[in-house]
Each structure stands twice: as C-alpha cells, then as structure tokens.
Design a protein around this ligand. Structure first.
Ligand SMILES: Cc1cc2nc3c(=O)[nH]c(=O)nc-3n(C[C@H](O)[C@H](O)[C@H](O)COP(=O)(O)OP(=O)(O)OC[C@H]3O[C@@H](n4cnc5c(N)ncnc54)[C@H](O)[C@@H]3O)c2cc1C
Ligand SMILES: *[C@@H]1O[C@H](CO)[C@@H](O)[C@H](O)[C@H]1NC(C)=O
Ligand SMILES: *[C@@H]1O[C@H](CO)[C@@H](O)[C@H](O)[C@H]1NC(C)=O
Ligand SMILES: *[C@@H]1O[C@H](CO)[C@@H](O)[C@H](O)[C@H]1NC(C)=O
Ligand SMILES: *[C@@H]1O[C@H](CO)[C@@H](O)[C@H](O)[C@H]1NC(C)=O
Ligand SMILES: *[C@@H]1O[C@H](CO)[C@@H](O)[C@H](O)[C@H]1NC(C)=O
Ligand SMILES: *[C@@H]1O[C@H](CO)[C@@H](O)[C@H](O)[C@H]1NC(C)=O
Ligand SMILES: *[C@@H]1O[C@H](CO)[C@@H](O)[C@H](O)[C@H]1NC(C)=O
Ligand SMILES: *[C@@H]1O[C@H](CO)[C@@H](O)[C@H](O)[C@H]1NC(C)=O
Ligand SMILES: *[C@@H]1O[C@H](CO)[C@@H](O)[C@H](O)[C@H]1NC(C)=O
Ligand SMILES: *[C@@H]1O[C@H](CO)[C@@H](O)[C@H](O)[C@H]1NC(C)=O
Ligand SMILES: *[C@@H]1O[C@H](CO)[C@@H](O)[C@H](O)[C@H]1NC(C)=O
Length: 615
C-alpha cells in the first residue's frame, strides 16, 4: 500500500537520465537524487511506522482528492464525486484537504476529478504530517533530512507558482498551526531590551485572513492582510504580502517583529531583530519553504479603519475605441502615484475594446473601458463620500476636457459606499476568483517613471498587451497596493522582499479571461495538452516582456509572478537582495533539505521526471 503509486515513472525517468549516479546513491554520502520508493535510501515501512508513532499517529497517506470520481481507485465513491465536482472551483475547498492545491497543474494534473481523465496521483506527496505543534514540524524536517526525502510544505495550497506540492515527497501540512495570542499593550521580542509600543498578534502560520480579520475585529483591530479569505500567513508573509492597507501602513512583512521557526537542521528557533537576524530578514520576503518553516508570527496590528469605497467605471459600448481607450487608461494610471500619495489604494482593471465588462453583469451594453474598486481611510463618517470623490474630481474633469466623454460615447459611473471597519469592507469585496483550473501567472511592478514619463509609450503598452487570442484574455489587472507606507516604512531594511517595492506603486498582473463574471488571474490552459500549455507559457513570456519595456529593472512580486525560470529570474524576484539571500540559504540549509522552484538557492538541483536530482 505504502509503495503503490508514483514510484515507477520516477524511477524510469531517473534511470534514463541519471543511472550512472543512481548506483552510487547508497554508498556515497552525497546522494545524487532525492530518495524515492524503491531506492536503497527510501525508509522502510518500519521507519515510517516509528515516525508515525513519534507523531502520535499524525502521519497521513492521503489519496489524491479526485480519486473519488475514478472507478478502480480505492476511494472511488459515486455519491461523493458530484460534491467534489461542485467544490473543486471553490476557494474554500482545497485548504481543507491535506494535499489538494488550488491550481491543478501543480499536482501535474495527475488526478482531476473528471471521469475519463487519468488518476495516478503521481504529482502529489506520498506522506503528509498533519502538524499542530513545532515539535511535529521538527520531527518531519529531521526525518526528511536523515532519509534524503524531498520535503514540501503545504499550508492552504493557494500558491500560484507551484511550491506546495511535489511528487515522491513528504509534505508538512501546517494548516492546523493556529495558535493565537493578542498583546494589547506592547510586545518585547526575546532578547530585545525594549518593549515595542502598540498592539500585536502572535498567530500560528496556518492562520487564515478571514479568521484573523473576524477575531481581531472584536478588538476593533486589523492586520495588513490580503484580499483572499483563505490565504494563510505562511505563504503570504514569506512573500512580502501586499494589501489595500499597504499604501498607508507598509507591506505585511514589515509588520512582523518575531518569528518562531523550525530550521532545515531541525532546530526550533526564535528570530527577531535581536537574535537570528539573518534568517529573520531572509524569511520576510525571501519566499516560503526555503529558509525555515515558521510556526508562529508576531505582527503589529492597527485600529480597524473606516473606509470609503468607490466603484468607478468608465465604459463604452462601442466595439472599437482603440484610439481613445488606451490613451484614456494611460492617463488614468499615470495619476496613480499622486492618487496613492493622496491616500487612494485599490484594484483596477483595464479593459480593451470588445471586452465584456466583468463584475457588473447588469451592464449589458458596456464593452471595454476602465474599472476600479478603490478605498481611502475615512477621517470621520461625515467625510464620506466627499473624501473619495474629491480625489477623483481633478482626474475626471481632465478626462472631460481631454477625452470628451459624451462625444466618444463613454459613460462614467461612480458608486461610493462607506464601511465602518476593514472587516465590513472585506466581507463585501474579498477575492472570489474560482479555483480548480490550470493557470500560469505573470506580471511586474511599475514605479512612477514607468507610469508618468511617457504616456504614449504607456498607451502603446496597454494596446500591445490587448492583442491576446480572445478579447477577454487581454485584461490587465493594475493593483494600486504600494505607496508612501511601503516606500518609507521604518522596517524596510529588516525584510528581504524585492527592493523595488519601495519605489513602485502598481503591481500589474496578467489576466487570462473572465469566468462566471469574475476575472481569472493568469493565463489559463486546458489540462494534459502540451501544446496549449506551451502556448500559455508563450503568452505569459510575451506579455511580461512587453511590460518590462516600461520598467526594465523593477522586477515582479514573487508570490504572483511568472514561475518561468528564464534567464535572470533571481534578479526579477529579489533584485539586489538575491546574493545575500543565497548566502544565508547556503548557511542555514547546507544540504538543501528545502527545495522548491522558483526559490532562492535552488540552482544545485533540478527536476528529472518526477525526481529531484543534483545538477
Ligand atoms: C484568491 C487569492 C488571493 C490572493 N490575494 C493576495 C493578496 O491580496 N496579497 C498578496 O500579497 N498575495 C495574495 N495572494 C497570493 C498569496 O500570497 C500566495 O498564493 C501565498 O503563497 C499563499 O500562501 P499560503 O500559505 O496560503 O499557500 P500555500 O500554497 O500553502 O503556500 C505557499 C508557499 O509558502 C510556503 N509556506 C506556507 N506556509 C509555510 C510555513 N509555515 N513555513 C514554510 N513555508 C510555508 C509553501 O511551501 C509554499 O511555498 C492571493 C492568492 C489567491 C489564490
Ligand atoms: C498513523 O497512525 C494512525 C493511528 O495509529 C493511523 O490511523 C494512521 O493510518 C497511521 N498512518 C500511516 C501512514 O500509516
Ligand atoms: C505544470 O506542472 C508540472 C509538474 O509540476 C511542471 O513541470 C510544469 O512546469 C507546470 N507547467 C505550468 C505551465 O505551470
Ligand atoms: C488534521 O489535524 C486537525 C487538528 O487536530 C484535525 O482537525 C483534522 O481532522 C486532521 N486532518 C486529517 C485529514 O487528519
Ligand atoms: C470597539 O468600538 C466600539 C464602537 O466604537 C466600542 O463600542 C467598543 O467598546 C470597542 N471595543 C473594544 C474591545 O475596544
Ligand atoms: C480598431 O481601430 C484601430 C485604429 O483606431 C485599428 O488599428 C484596429 O485594427 C481596429 N480593430 C478592429 C478589431 O477593428
Ligand atoms: C449594477 O449592479 C451593482 C451591484 O452588483 C450595483 O451596485 C450598480 O448600481 C448597478 N449598476 C447599474 C448601472 O444598474
Ligand atoms: C463631465 O462632463 C459631464 C457632461 O458631459 C458632466 O455631467 C460631469 O459633471 C463632468 N464631470 C466632471 C468631473 O467634470
Ligand atoms: C457616439 O454616438 C453618437 C450617437 O449615437 C454618434 O453620432 C457618434 O458618432 C458616436 N461617437 C463615436 C466616436 O463613435
Ligand atoms: C515616447 O514613447 C514613444 C513610443 O514608444 C516614442 O516613440 C517616443 O519617442 C517617446 N518619447 C520620448 C520623449 O521619449
Ligand atoms: C490542445 O491545444 C491546442 C492549442 O490550443 C488545440 O489546438 C488542440 O485542439 C488541443 N488538443 C486537444 C486534444 O484538445
Ligand atoms: C508530469 O507528468 C508527466 C506525464 O504526464 C511526466 O512525464 C512528468 O515527469 C511529470 N512531472 C512531474 C514533475 O511529476
């Protein structure tokens, strides 16, 4: 049972390309490939049993979730399959399963819940530790290190770049690390001399946005957190974490003052600005599953703000308004640096001509234009809606004179709403992107020069990006999530995230289509079709290259960037911090217990079929 799936294809692939090395695996100290079932270094059933006992029975051997839809699989269940199919596209499903990921391709499409498709489960981990304590994590890391087993860390499985699943691996599932302690009157990090003023939260790295927002709201507090309800602290904070509140308060990672983590050597450490400073810096922005497995984060909280929200739509029903629509979008986005400095943040969508309008299904005659869901922090209830409308006034009057709306058949709609707390805002506007598809993300950060220096170039960029295979595959998401709070945060040198976050305003993300009136992040492609997959790769590379012309050196947000490892991906994701990050990686993880891609210091290994082997 233990060895029943996955190992044969891997062995075959390795025999084809690394067979001279395989024979030396048992004798050499430095094995050439990570162990897989059937190789001499793979642990015996008795070893797995002892591991399970040391974990008080928390070792799982989960079947692939899609197996319930496949006759012949041990867990086939004709009654359960329709429920799974209904859940597959929901963001709320995948985090409850030990191995499921939100985006199918990262388990290599090896057991989709669709009858008629293959189901081997070969892309999923073989064993999973359902950790609830740092001790469980430690036992898992030590076991993987000792037995040369490929290790992965899964939290919720949201990852856009495929780091939370791998074949022939032991996975440490940190979803149930949910400790919680609120510090209402300051916090003193271990070994630091002074108590930091303010309010803090110590939470398990499996804690998820919606739960944190609702629990903190009872204290009238919130954190700088993300737009997805079920995103967890683990992947979010290690990537840097952008938020609608970032332009005011900084990146999420800037708020962390202490981390408890299990190192690749299997030690439980506390890292902060007074001890283990290097690993503290590396974890905050250097990426998940690379330097350590954080079990607890302590982060600063803020009094929950009142928010003014505005849906602003500039729409046209005309099928071809190219000559106006792209210059209009260029003008509006050129105003983002000053709008951000005045307190605006939000998520904008640039819709080329002939694109059905998403999010507002009642607008049946709107094709193309501009849409933004944006907020400002309200100073008092009476400042609404003037606070947010007056920010837009000069922009809209400029549009009136420069692109006469009536003459060009554009309509402007402004729909303001006021929310008494961040939670109230979030309950109405959280991300509802459907899951369960194959997507490949892409995008880059844009700074003020890229947005303001040359509006002709900006307009031409939007026009070039719109030339996708179908209109809906050419929407651009323009996240206005950076600004003064990120640029000047006092902790900005205590985190390792891409330095250009500190000068950028916009995180531009590629949108691949519209589903169920929602935009779909990234380029999608159908399963098990190599041609379609290569085409998606080509589209992402092509669009990334077009955006890059505007800002050759800013790079991209690692958690939502293209995972394609073309030349220079290390610089694209970490900029000048990369060299120090790699030195820290070599120090804390000399034998590469943690490996993922695209991740810091992964250059010494590559995937060979379903195995991980030395380069
Ligand atoms: C619907 C949706 C909305 C999003 N909104 C935002 C947003 O508003 N802002 C933003 O910045 N990002 C956003 N993201 C991106 C999000 O930050 C990343 O997908 C992130 O990696 C998710 O982290 P996770 O722990 O939930 O997921 P996972 O896929 O489980 O983990 C992601 C990565 O982190 C690692 N990891 C997780 N926990 C740990 C841990 N405890 N120790 C070591 N490694 C760990 C995993 O190994 C993996 O490498 C969004 C994503 C989705 C799908
Ligand atoms: C681990 O032990 C528990 C409790 O004894 C058992 O239910 C579970 O199946 C075991 N896991 C594996 C992988 O054998
Ligand atoms: C799909 O997943 C496989 C296996 O994890 C990986 O090798 C491949 O690069 C992925 N492709 C895309 C387009 O995401
Ligand atoms: C994992 O552990 C949590 C916490 O103990 C428990 O609620 C959950 O049922 C476990 N999941 C599985 C699949 O064993
Ligand atoms: C939260 O704010 C409300 C309204 O201002 C107030 O009535 C309540 O006492 C506050 N709660 C806490 C825990 O401070
Ligand atoms: C739309 O108009 C532009 C010029 O304004 C032209 O280049 C383009 O080919 C037209 N597109 C379509 C689909 O008609
Ligand atoms: C369209 O629907 C939204 C709610 O989804 C509503 O707020 C908006 O006012 C409607 N717009 C029009 C033009 O009816
Ligand atoms: C723009 O012009 C329209 C008339 O075409 C007018 O109703 C509207 O008030 C103007 N808006 C601004 C902000 O000037
Ligand atoms: C806008 O609509 C009016 C009336 O339908 C029409 O006369 C005019 O030519 C249109 N403008 C453009 C730019 O198509
Ligand atoms: C602005 O960009 C356009 C298009 O790329 C280019 O032709 C033009 O020379 C640029 N203008 C300046 C002042 O650089
Ligand atoms: C695979 O994708 C290509 C390109 O999108 C498409 O032309 C082809 O029909 C697809 N093949 C199958 C079997 O669906
Ligand atoms: C993904 O599956 C294909 C077969 O469909 C296999 O050739 C490839 O090695 C697998 N990749 C991984 C990373 O498991």
């Amino acid at each position: 049972m233990i060895f029943s799936r996955g190992w044969l294809p891997g062995l075959t692939a390795c025999l084809l390309s690394c067979s001279p090395l395989l024979t030396s695996a048992s004798s050499s100290h430095k094995q050439q490939c990570k162990a897989i079932p059937g190789t001499p270094d793979w642990p015996s059933p008795a070893s797995w049993k002892r591991l399970n006992e040391s974990l008080a029975g928390r070792l799982l051997q989960p079947p692939p979730p899609g197996a319930v839809c496949h006759p012949g699989q041990p867990t086939y269940d004709a009654g359960e399959c329709p429920n799974l199919l209904a859940d597959w596209s929901k963001l709320d499903y995948h985090h409850t399963n030990p191995v499921s990921t939100y985006w199918n391709n990262w388990s290599n499409d090896t057991c989709l819940p669709y009858p008629g498709y293959p189901c081997s489960g070969q892309g999923y981990p073989l064993f999973v530790i359902n950790a609830t304590t740092a001790r469980h994590v430690q036992l898992g890391v030590r076991f993987a290190k000792k037995h040369n087993i490929r290790l992965v860390v899964k939290n919720t499985g949201h990852d856009f770049i495929g780091r939370s699943s791998a074949p022939n691996s032991l996975s440490i599932w940190v979803h149930s690390l949910k400790d919680w302690k609120y510090h209402g009157e300051g916090f003193r990090p271990k070994r630091c001399k002074t108590t930091l003023p303010g309010t803090y939260l110590t939470a398990g790295s499996g804690s998820q946005m919606w739960d944190i927002y609702t629990r903190l709201d009872k204290m009238n507090q919130t954190i700088v957190g993300g737009g997805g309800k079920t995103v967890a602290l683990g992947g979010y904070l290690t990537g840097g974490g952008h938020s609608l509140l970032s332009p005011y308060y900084g990146m999420a990672a800037d708020h962390v003052v202490e981390i408890e983590a299990v190192t690749p050597l299997g030690e439980v450490i506390t890292a902060n600005s007074c001890q283990n400073q290097d690993i503290f810096w590396a974890i905050l922005g250097g990426g998940g599953s690379t330097f350590a497995i954080p079990t607890l984060f302590t982060l600063k909280t803020h009094p929950t703000p009142r928010l003014s929200h505005l849906n602003i739509l500039i729409i046209t029903p005309l099928p071809n308004t190219s000559s106006i629509i792209f210059p209009l979008q260029a003008y509006i986005t050129s105003q983002f640096p000053s709008l951000s400095t005045s307190g605006l943040s939000g998520y904008a969508f640039l819709l080329p001509p002939s694109t059905p309008f998403p999010l507002f299904p009642n607008i049946t005659n709107g094709i193309g234009g501009f849409f933004m869901s944006c907020v400002v922090l309200q100073s008092s209830p009476s400042s609404f809606p003037q606070d947010i409308l007056s920010l837009w006034d000069p922009v809209l009057s400029h549009i009136n004179t420069t692109f006469p709306l009536s003459a060009n058949n554009f309509t402007t709609l402004t729909i303001p709403t006021s929310y008494p707390s961040f939670l109230a805002y979030f309950a109405a506007h959280h991300d509802t992107t459907p899951a369960g598809t194959n997507i490949l993300p892409g995008g880059r950060l844009l700074d003020a020069p890229a947005l303001t220096r040359n509006l002709t170039a900006l307009s031409e960029t939007y026009s070039s990006l719109s030339r996708g295979p179908q209109p809906a595959s050419s929407i651009i998401a323009a996240h206005l999530v950076s600004g003064p709070g990120v640029h000047t945060h006092p902790n900005r040198f205590k985190t390792s995230l891409l330095p250009s976050w500190r000068t950028s305003y916009l995180h531009v993300a590629i949108i691949g289509g519209i589903a169920l009136t929602r935009v779909v992040f990234g380029e999608s492609f159908p399963p098990l079709n190599e041609t379609a997959k290569s085409e998606a790769y080509a589209r992402v590379l092509g669009k990334d290259e077009i955006i890059k012309q505007l800002a050759p050196d800013t790079g991209a947000y690692m958690n939502e960037a293209s995972p394609i490892e073309e030349k220079g991906w290390q610089q694209r994701l970490w900029g000048k911090n990369y060299d120090r990050l790699k030195r820290i990686k070599r120090t804390v993880d000399p034998t590469d217990v943690f490996w993922c891609t695209p991740c810091v210091g992964n250059e010494r290994w590559k995937q060979v079929g379903d195995r991980l082997c030395r380069v």
